[in-house]
Design a protein around this ligand. Structure first.
Ligand code: PLP
Length: 458
């Protein structure tokens, strides 16, 4: 008999979770204004709202916490972190921040000004927010394949090099840098190939532009490169990481993803001028150069986390769990962004709730229905998240409308995956009865999906 695949870790600590009744959930939804971000975590049985900062740390990481150096200036934990980042990325200059968006805020304060154009592949919402709040424009140059959820291509997160070149040909003087998100979160946790990263570098060099990687899931991206690009099948994850980052000038990082910690982020770069420019904003916004928003102990845990998560076994365990859930959905015929990405399933809500009009936010309705069904909390990555066009103030219905189910790192077992799949199947089986969605009662101007208040229609 073939020995089945199993996790590359065992469990040393547990945290109880509780089920609830449908009546309770109905009441809690009402109180939360039908926005699952407003639910308390005790009201959630299985939490798939994000994989950001929700993972479990290892025994080695907890041990490192005890050795954190909390010195205001020159902490040993900072230098340990910096050395780890340099070893993995090749970037010599490191600025720690409290999370990924803070890294964006600091770096973009230096690099982005009003009227600028920042091309990239499906800018993440906070990235887009930090560009648009500076009255600059994010131009999406993702490959068209990303929009067709049923198309199976290995690197659906790629940048369309023709679109990128056209954008630069037209606006070169207004482009401060190109940003490539690895993996492409918004398009479904889809990877970007090394070949494509090399192509981006070529276009950037042609116009004398710099390339920044939004690197939240760089290790997962490296795993996909190893599995799907024959040139790298025998390379280690760390070798692939070095090669990816050799094609960039700088990175922003949300350590809450592939850093395997609950809070943290950083900027890293090979260029002194970027470091010097960003430094001026790090100190007032985040803190002094050797902590910038992080505790010494948290930098210590991050250094270990980055090291652990750039090992093949860790990534294989994680991505195989995501694939396990995807296989269940295949059995039930539930449409999602194919092939499944690294950190989440992106259910194609437009296809599931095809009777709910766009204007009534089908993916948000599906998010609500899944919570109603079994207390599982997903997240809308669709028309609500897309915000309004900054100029016309119209809703943006041009992209995909997904219910995203994130899988936390080292947190849930495959039994939990079975529960998620069964609950989704129950909603899917009664999809024809769901004809109406929700309407917005209140919304913020930017990043509205976090705080939006909704009312169900019909
Ligand atoms: C999470 C994320 C960010 C922002 O990071 P935070 O730590 O949540 O502030 C930026 N880009 C991508 C691709 C992300 O996934």
């Amino acid at each position: 008999m073939e020995i089945p695949f199993a996790e590359s870790w065992k469990i040393k600590m547990v945290e109880p979770i509780k089920k609830s009744t449908r009546e309770q959930r109905e009441q809690w939804l009402k109180e939360a204004k039908y926005n699952v971000f407003m639910l308390r975590s005790e009201q959630v049985y299985i939490d798939c709202i994000t994989d950001s900062g929700t993972g479990a740390m290892s025994d080695r990481q907890w041990a490192a916490m005890m050795t954190g150096d909390e010195a205001y200036a020159g902490a040993r934990s900072f230098y340990e972190l910096k050395d780890t980042i340099t070893r993995i990325t090749g970037f010599e200059y490191v600025l720690p921040t409290h999370q990924g968006r803070a890294a964006e805020n600091v770096l973009f304060s230096h690099l982005v000004k009003a009227g600028d154009i920042v091309p990239g592949n499906s800018h993440f919402d906070t990235t887009k927010g930090h560009i648009e709040s500076r009255k600059a424009f994010a131009v999406d140059c993702t490959v068209d394949e990303a929009k067709n959820t049923q198309l199976e291509v290995p690197f659906k997160g790629n940048v369309d090099l023709n679109k990128l070149d056209a954008c630069l040909a037209e606006n070169a003087d207004k482009v401060p840098f190109i940003i490539v998100t690895i993996t492409n979160n918004t398009a479904g946790g889809q990877p970007v190939s090394m070949e494509n990263l090399r192509g981006v570098r070529k276009v950037a060099d042609k116009y004398g532009k710099r390339v920044i990687f939004d690197s939240a899931r760089f290790a997962e991206n490296a795993y996909f490169i190893k599995m799907r690009e024959p040139e790298f099948k025998d390379a280690t994850i760390k070798e692939i990481c070095r090669e990816m980052f050799a094609l960039a000038d700088a990175m922003t990082m949300s350590s809450k993803k592939d850093g395997l910690v609950n809070m943290g982020g950083f900027i890293a770069t090979r260029w002194e001028d970027i470091y010097e420019g960003a430094k001026k904003f790090l100190i007032p916004f985040e803190g002094f150069l050797t902590y910038g928003g992080m505790n010494g102990r948290d930098m210590a845990a991050l250094a270990v986390g980055l090291d652990e998560n750039t090992e093949f076994d860790m990534l294989e365990t994680r991505i195989k769990q995501v694939e396990y859930l995807a296989k269940k959905l295949d059995e039930y015929g539930i449409p999602y962004q194919r092939p499944v990405g690294g950190h989440a399933l992106f259910i194609d809500a437009d296809k599931v709730l095809d009777q709910v009009p766009k204007e009534e936010f089908p993916a948000q309705m599906l998010t609500i229905e899944l919570y109603r069904e079994a207390g599982i909390r997903g997240c809308e990555i669709g028309y609500l998240l897309a915000d309004r066009d900054p100029i016309t103030r119209e809703n943006r219905f041009g992209g995909n409308d997904f219910l995203r189910l994130c899988i936390c790192r080292r947190t849930y077992t495959n039994n939990h995956m079975d529960v998620i799949a069964a609950a989704l199947k129950n909603v899917y089986d009664r999809r024809h009865e769901i004809k109406r969605g929700v309407k917005i009662v209140w919304e913020a101007e930017l990043m509205r999906h976090f705080t939006v208040q909704l009312e169900p229609l019909g």
